[in-house]
Design a protein around this ligand. Structure first.
Ligand code: SF4
Length: 371
């Protein structure tokens, strides 16, 4: 990742994994860590599902998964796949026979959860189909729905049970079907169990890993849990694609995933924003200013560091690492660039002038746009 001025990141050496493909998106090998999400619309509602996929794509999502709970959802896949800007993965539980329709619809991947599979016959037919069509398969182990056999053996759906289940299924798919376009996930709602499971599995297999914490909670709690697990794993070089699962708008999952990647120096997509917490010296509505800058920043792909600071006394100095920033005063604001104050403008014109200065900066540094 290209650094902005004065940036330092941890040194991370990524674990070497096999390269696999979800449609045209490469995962593992030397590919960047991919960001994915899942729609939470009713899959049968093709329009709503496609507009959510569009929003995810605009936010930077690279792969999307949709739930296929019944036949009507499976039948909707054809049109969703045809119009989706992202490769679509069909998420199958219980009725694996729906996978046949998903493959006919042209999905780029299938996700199965071995703990919810009812028919081995249908599973084998699906795996044969995946191999024939060349789609990617994710073996998605979930602590909450682990197979009874492993629960009996380990008494708890902890990391050892999850890893044994995953290894068993990888072996089954390879030996029985000679199938390698495969990735694995081992998720628990407990972030530390999740970490331990991925660490253990990655010692025993070089298949790419889809990482994240499952059932992590809402925007605040879920972001924290996911960040703890994903950061821990990525710093050890483990993880080839991320899904930050949140009880929130899935678009937020994408922003959180890119924040994690940016803070580790692994990928950047949208501008980074430094902002002060405000204090008694702040005489401007900084929260509103921050929201406006964040909204603007989410719509642009650029490697840029912006600052939104509450006062002119400390703001420009404390945010000198930023490429460009604003600092509020009483009825006025300062605009600074690379630590130097370049303009003083009325509060009501502050954002307009600030955005114009950012655009000028990007015209002078077009390389910052190619992220
Ligand atoms: S920049 Fe100014 S307003 Fe913001 S926290 Fe620091 S001193 Fe307070």
């Amino acid at each position: 990742m290209q650094k902005t001025r004065g940036e330092m990141f941890p040194r991370i050496s990524r674990r070497k994994t096999r390269e696999i493909w979800v449609g045209k998106v490469g995962i593992g090998g030397d590919n960047p860590i991919r960001v994915q999400s899942m729609t939470n619309t009713d899959t049968k509602d093709i329009g709503a599902t496609l507009s959510q996929i569009e929003a995810l794509s605009e936010a930077g999502c690279e792969i999307v998964r949709v739930a296929v709970p019944d036949e009507r959802a499976a039948l909707a896949l054809k049109e969703i796949v045809r119009n989706s800007p992202l490769p679509v993965i069909a998420d199958l539980h219980f009725d694996i026979s729906l996978g046949e329709k998903a493959l006919l619809a042209g999905v780029a991947g299938i996700r199965i959860n071995p703990g919810t599979i009812k028919s081995k016959k249908h599973l084998d037919a699906l795996l044969r189909g995946c191999k024939e069509v060349g789609v990617c398969l994710r073996i998605g182990i979930n602590a909450g729905s682990l197979e009874a056999e492993f629960l009996r053996k380990y008494r708890t759906p902890g990391p050892k049970a999850m890893v044994e289940s995953a290894l068993r299924w990888v072996e089954y798919v390879i030996e029985r079907f000679d199938f390698y376009n495969l990735k694995v996930s081992l998720k628990s709602s407990n972030w530390w169990d999740t970490v331990k499971a991925y660490e253990e599995f990655s010692k025993k297999s070089d298949f790419p890993l889809h990482i994240g914490v499952t059932e992590a909670g809402g925007l605040l709690a879920g972001t924290i849990k996911n960040t703890m697990a994903i950061t821990h794993l990525l710093m050890k070089g483990i993880g080839d694609t991320i899904r930050v699962s949140l009880t929130a708008d899935p678009v937020e999952e994408v922003y959180v995933a890119f924040e994690i990647l940016r803070n580790l120096g692994l990928r950047t997509l949208h501008p980074d924003i430094i902002a002060c917490p405000t204090c008694g010296r702040c005489e401007i509505d900084l929260m509103k200013l921050y929201e406006e800058v964040e909204r603007w920043a989410r719509n642009i792909r650029a490697n840029l560091k912006l600052a939104v600071m509450g006062c002119v006394v400390n703001g420009p100095g404390e945010a000198k690492i930023a490429d460009l920033g604003i600092a509020g005063g009483k009825g006025v604001g300062l605009i600074f660039r690379e630590g130097k104050i370049i303009k003083k403008v009325k509060e009501e014109e502050l954002l307009k002038v600030f955005f114009a200065e950012i655009e000028r900066f990007l015209r002078e540094h077009p390389e910052r746009l190619n992220v």
